[in-house]
Design a protein around this ligand. Structure first.
Ligand SMILES: [Zn+2]
Ligand SMILES: [Zn+2]
Length: 491
């Protein structure tokens, strides 16, 4: 008889020849944090590392939007001891020497799936607008300084999410008889996912982003995934032919059993033609291809041609990891009621898919379609509505900060720091106001950015660098953060 549970943790076993690999996966990820506790999941993972000895020679920890997993591979006895050690470490969090444990911790080592360009990532920008300052919308924003987290806060987070009921053990073979998973008991966590912006009709807007991106909310299905892959391939060809970018990336956010966000991202980093990157043309081509797909559909032969035939391969000594990561979809199904759908594994399910059916599916995407472009880009997107941030002509009362004299020729704007809001006024007198409760200031290397968490928008205010101390003074400590280091140097 296979074991269905170990110490209250559900067990999923799929026999795969080779080294035993196991993953202890918790239904807790970056989306479970709050705007003022971003990074808490990563901190928990590090505190486990700080406390626990790594018994298995092959091991890895991962944090994603939806889950946190502790992976181990090797002789069964080692794997069992490794995971038992991790469980006891979790039970004893936070460690008594918390301040030592966080002393050398750098929020930069936190990686949120898919978001490579910190708050200028166009995919992160779309998520912040779609979901607002919670859940998936958090992926855009940098972590709170880990030294600000209290022991109590960590304890409460662990108690809620890192329990036996909210965990699943996946294994590629029989679990050792002696295996124990001594975790605190607790229920499976359920959540609702509020959507802040799920407008009717396609929209586009400008934000402080590098590149352009599209997102649509879809009912999870193999058809939707392969159609987005097909669109990706057509857009990649179009931007490449036009010489404005190389390639486009397929994007996916697994939200819940009724909704996945699928989309595309086109960035200057993709390929070497960064210098010729043209966001306006890229957005226009992306939109034209989406409309063409919605109008004409696509036949199965072309889909098969445009969908990758296998998942991205892992590199290095990872045979053990490969086999266990293929089981992760089962863990996600168990914990979240949904899992990522892979285009490469979906082609066989499409036998009945006609061009008419594909047209209907893609037309259904348009009502939730959002496209983000960089500020200053004004693409011509027929039938999509521009929906940029609301501005007024009214300048609220407050302390007025102007750029230093040397920058006033280029920047005729000003920054107004009021009692309950921070406003930016552009050279034409348009005022964008951020209530303090919605404000987040992010700084790195003298570049300062102001976010409106409700809008999910970012404004660069580096020309008002002199105001940094004043902004610090009006904002709570957790709302003035250091930006993450980004792939490109010119953040
Ligand atoms: Zn880390
Ligand atoms: Zn805004």
């Amino acid at each position: 008889m296979r074991r269905e549970e170990i110490d209250g943790v559900a067990v999923i076993q799929r026999d795969v020849p080779g080294t035993l690999a196991a993953s202890l996966t918790f239904g807790c990820g970056a989306r479970d944090e709050e705007i003022d506790s971003i990074g808490l999941t990563h901190l928990v993972q590090h505190l486990v590392d700080w406390t626990a000895d790594h018994v298995a020679e092959k091991h890895e920890d991962n944090i994603w939007m939806n889950d946190t997993s502790f992976l181990a591979g090797g002789p069964p006895g080692q794997v069992a001891e490794h995971l038992a050690t991790i469980c006891s470490a979790i039970s004893n969090l936070p460690p008594e020497d918390l301040s030592d444990a966080v002393a050398d911790l750098n929020a930069d080592s936190r990686y949120v799936s898919n978001i490579e360009e910190g708050l200028r990532d166009p995919w992160g920008a779309l998520l912040s607008r779609r979901f607002g300052p919670s859940g998936y919308g958090l992926s855009r924003w940098p972590a709170v300084d880990y030294k600000l987290f209290t022991a109590d806060e960590i304890r409460r987070y662990v108690e809620r999410f890192f329990t036996s009921g909210n965990a699943v053990l996946t294994l590629t073979g029989e679990p050792p008889q002696a295996m124990r998973l001594p975790l605190p008991a607790g229920p499976r966590v359920t959540r609702s996912t509020p959507l802040v912006n799920n407008q009717m009709g396609p929209i586009w807007y400008a934000d402080e982003v590098r590149g352009v991106a599209l997102t649509v909310g879809v009912e999870p299905s193999a058809e939707a995934v392969v159609l987005m892959w097909a669109l990706r391939s057509r857009v990649a060809e179009a931007v490449d032919e036009a010489g404005v970018a190389i390639g486009a990336e397929f994007m996916c956010e697994v939200v819940d059993s009724t909704r996945h966000e699928l989309g595309l991202r086109v960035t200057p980093d993709f390929g070497r033609k960064g210098k010729n990157f043209d966001a306006t043309v890229a957005a226009e081509l992306l939109w034209a291809e989406l409309q063409r797909l919605a109008a004409d559909g696509i036949d199965r032969v072309e889909i098969a041609d445009r969908v990758p035939t296998q998942r991205m391969a892992m590199e290095g000594d990872i045979e053990w990891m490969q086999s266990i990561s293929e089981l992760q979809a089962l863990a996600h199904q168990e914990l979240l009621g949904t899992a990522e759908i892979y285009g490469s594994e979906s082609l066989s399910e499409l036998t009945g898919l006609t061009p008419d059916a594909t047209r209907d599916i893609v037309s259904g995407w348009l009502s939730s379609a959002m496209i983000v472009v960089p500020y200053g880009s004004k693409p011509d997107l027929p039938r999509a509505t521009e929906d940029s941030c609301p501005t007024t002509r009214f300048v609220p009362a407050g302390e007025v900060v102007r750029p230093p004299f040397s920058k006033r020729f280029h920047n005729k704007g000003k920054l107004v720091i009021g009692i309950d809001a921070i406003s930016t006024v552009d050279g034409d007198g348009n005022v964008h106001t951020v209530p303090l409760s919605q404000a987040l200031v992010v700084e790195r290397f003298g570049v300062i950015r102001l976010a409106h968490l409700g809008h999910g928008c970012v404004t660069t205010i580096s020309d008002f660098a002199d105001a940094a101390d004043k902004l610090r003074a009006v904002l709570p400590p957790r709302r003035f953060r250091q930006a993450v280091k980004q792939l490109s140097s010119n953040w």
